[in-house]
Design a protein around this ligand. Structure first.
Ligand code: MLT
Length: 280
């Protein structure tokens, strides 16, 4: 099968973490002098390839794009998994690559892990890009549904999850016009291990409410929403942005939950513009 350019996978590097697990990542260095490093953290249950269309941003920043533990080519962590564990892996990755500070760019679960990173490693951040995400914890019915889904996927395998996510991830126009993206993201999810999907669901279900961080962040913050996102709605994200002092809010038209991949030109323009603003 021909791979669409979007998902043509870059060469992945890997580090061996202190506990012996391998963590995979792509790194693109910027030709720009003193460029910041953007750390791209993927959503659930995807991998680094969802950021493929952001590679042109290397004109503005160094790009570090890992696969979280258990996803893509990275080894899983021992269970039970927490989002704090995933934040710790990324801090260790930064240590290993000798990168003192980054701008965190996380989508959905990647944003939830970002709050854990803020809690534990605030001094390593120079900015925050929150894409299609939220700061609150799950309501009780969502926690219950995640527990059921975690138990189910161990029996069914990943295909039903891929089918369900395919319906929810994209805007109507992406479904109509970008079949490659829809098909390739389905394939990434389908190839993810059931155990990692279950562990991810349980980790998200157990996450704490980080909303109290918003008013005390003191970090340049860009909040990006998708007009048709049904998982983390644009209005919910706008409310979140209003709680962060000085935050920039951008709504991307004709995008759903996977806005960076669905509308990459608009997304990349928003990031470039914001980077220019915070650096000048
Ligand atoms: C994601 O895209 O990471 C997930 O939809 C997040 C979630 O299930 O809350």
């Amino acid at each position: 099968m021909d791979m669409a350019p979007l998902y043509r996978r870059p060469v992945l590097n890997s580090v061996c973490l202190k506990d012996g697990r391998s963590l995979a990542y792509a790194y693109h260095s910027s030709p720009k002098k003193n460029a910041p490093t953007l750390l791209f953290v993927h959503g659930f249950p995807l991998d680094h390839s969802m950021w493929q269309e952001q590679i042109p941003l290397r004109g503005e920043a160094n790009l570090l794009i890992p696969d979280l533990a258990g996803f893509g080519k990275s080894d899983p962590r021992p269970e039970p998994l927490t989002l704090g564990d995933l934040a710790n892996d990324l801090a260790e990755l930064l240590d290993r690559l000798d990168i003192p500070q980054v701008i965190w760019c996380g989508l959905s679960m990647g944003g939830y892990i970002g709050w854990e990173f803020v809690h534990q490693y605030r001094q390593r951040l120079t900015g925050l890009i929150c894409c299609n995400t939220r700061s609150g914890a799950d309501a009780e019915p969502v926690v219950r549904a995640r527990k059921v889904a975690a138990a189910q996927v161990l029996g069914t395998g990943a295909t039903p999850v891929a089918d369900a996510m395919q319906e929810k991830l994209f805007s109507p126009s992406t479904h109509a016009e970008n079949n490659d993206l829809v098909r390739q993201s389905h394939s990434v999810i389908q190839n993810t291990s059931s155990a990692s999907i279950a562990a991810g669901q349980l980790a998200m279900a157990a996450r704490k409410d980080s909303s109290s961080l918003l008013s005390t962040l003191s970090l340049p913050t860009l909040v990006i929403a998708g007009e048709h996102d049904s998982i983390t709605t644009s209005s919910e994200m706008q409310e979140m942005a209003m709680l962060v002092d000085g935050a920039t809010f951008v709504e991307i038209m004709n995008a759903g939950h996977l806005s960076p991949a669905e509308q990459p030109l608009v997304f990349n323009r928003a990031v470039t513009h914001w980077l220019d603003q915070i650096q000048n």
